[in-house]
Write a protein that binds this ligand. Structure first.
Ligand SMILES: NC(=O)c1ccc[n+]([C@@H]2O[C@H](COP(=O)([O-])OP(=O)(O)OC[C@H]3O[C@@H](n4cnc5c(N)ncnc54)[C@H](O)[C@@H]3O)[C@@H](O)[C@H]2O)c1
Length: 323
């Protein structure tokens, strides 16, 4: 049995629980949430204890893996405490709101030799594997990425100090796929706009929209658009990839279209990426072999760094160079 606990028992925790129920030999050992009712409700299903304080949970319960499923602002010392107990860790994105914090967690993961994974589940899509195959030995000219749609009404999303804003909190999935497919980023240029949501939503100080251009070390230019101000049916999440001889239209968690060289083919998403990311993590914990985890914490921190650089560029109007 692989014993699993949760810190944070909200929406994404429920998603992981429903995936993990489909993975063999997983035992849910405890749930924690500052909102006791949420932890209690989850724990009741598995007849296990619940906590409102993660330190109490980690001191009392034995587990092989802990899922940290917290809103961005709530990441304090939970990850470090988990690592210090020698427990393998799965952290939901965005992993932190500063690189200082992310670096401390990386150090704790290394010091305690635990396995880590981050919830960039799109890396596990069969269509993303297909894109990786198509891009081998191909020159990519231009990429446009998107995360455009409505405004999540949870209270913390609207405040930059709590959520990081849309690029950090949500579009990070698209930034992460850009890194996964095209490699590391050398420079970030960004501009954002405000003025639509702020008058309508109390305390809102995040951008309505942004365009972030990434210079990739491998060559192509990638521009990623975010928008969170409309609820008419025009949402768009994914990537448009223009190679020298193919156009690849990727719709996140939905479909893939490949056009060029005499073909125009479409592929619906063919696998359950939630089950894929969670079963890969549990298998890694079981075998003590993290080589199949596609987004370990240290790698995810590089995506976080790109999104934080986008915020900095939006604030200063200057480009940000990355190492
Ligand atoms: N990978 C994905 O596709 C995906 C999808 C949705 C959400 N997420 C991410 O998951 C994170 C959580 O989102 P959610 O939708 O579950 O939010 P949520 O509000 O539904 O749940 C968060 C829970 O954390 C609890 N909490 C807050 N502070 C806490 C603390 N200090 N200790 C313990 N519990 C605490 C809250 O009471 C709440 O129950 C966000 O960062 C979000 O970006 C990822």
């Amino acid at each position: 049995m692989t014993r699993v606990g949760f810190i944070g028992s909200g929406g994404i925790a429920q998603f992981h629980v429903s995936n993990l129920k489909q993975v063999k030999d997983v035992q849910f050992v405890s749930f924690c949430d500052v909102d006791e009712q949420k932890a209690k409700k989850m724990a009741e299903e598995f007849k296990c204890p619940h906590y409102t304080n993660y330190k109490d949970m980690l001191n009392k319960e034995k587990m092989d893996a802990c899922y940290v499923c917290l809103p961005p602002f709530a990441h304090e010392d939970q990850e470090i405490a988990v690592c210090e107990k020698g427990i393998n860790i799965f952290v939901e994105k965005p992993t932190a709101l500063s690189m200082d914090k992310a670096k401390k967690v990386i150090a704790a993961i290394k010091k305690n030799k635990v396995l880590s994974a981050v919830g960039h589940q799109d890396r596990y899509e069969d269509n993303v594997d297909r894109i990786k195959g198509l891009l081998k030995n191909k020159k990519v000219g231009l990429v446009m990425g998107y995360f455009m749609g409505g405004f999540p009404m949870v209270y913390w999303w609207r405040e930059k100090k709590l959520s990081g804003g849309q690029a950090v909190e949500q579009t990070i999935h698209t930034f992460d796929l850009a890194r996964y497919l095209f490699g590391e980023v050398s420079e970030v240029y960004a501009a954002g706009s405000k003025g639509i949501m702020a008058p309508k939503v109390e305390k809102c100080d995040i951008e309505d929209a942004s365009a972030v251009t990434l210079k990739m070390k491998s060559g192509p230019v990638v521009t990623i658009f975010s928008a969170d101000f409309f609820d008419y049916p025009a949402s768009k999440v994914g990537l448009d990839i223009y190679t020298e001889d193919l156009y690849i239209e990727y719709k996140e968690r939905n479909s893939l279209r490949i056009v060029g060289q005499g073909r125009d083919e479409s592929f619906p998403l063919g696998n359950n990426t939630g089950v894929a990311i969670d079963s890969t993590f549990i298998e890694a914990v079981r075998t003590r072999d993290g080589s199949k985890i596609r987004s370990p914490y240290e790698d995810a921190a590089k995506t976080l760094e790109v999104t934080l650089a986008a915020n900095r560029s939006m604030e200063t109007g200057k480009s940000v160079r990355l190492g």
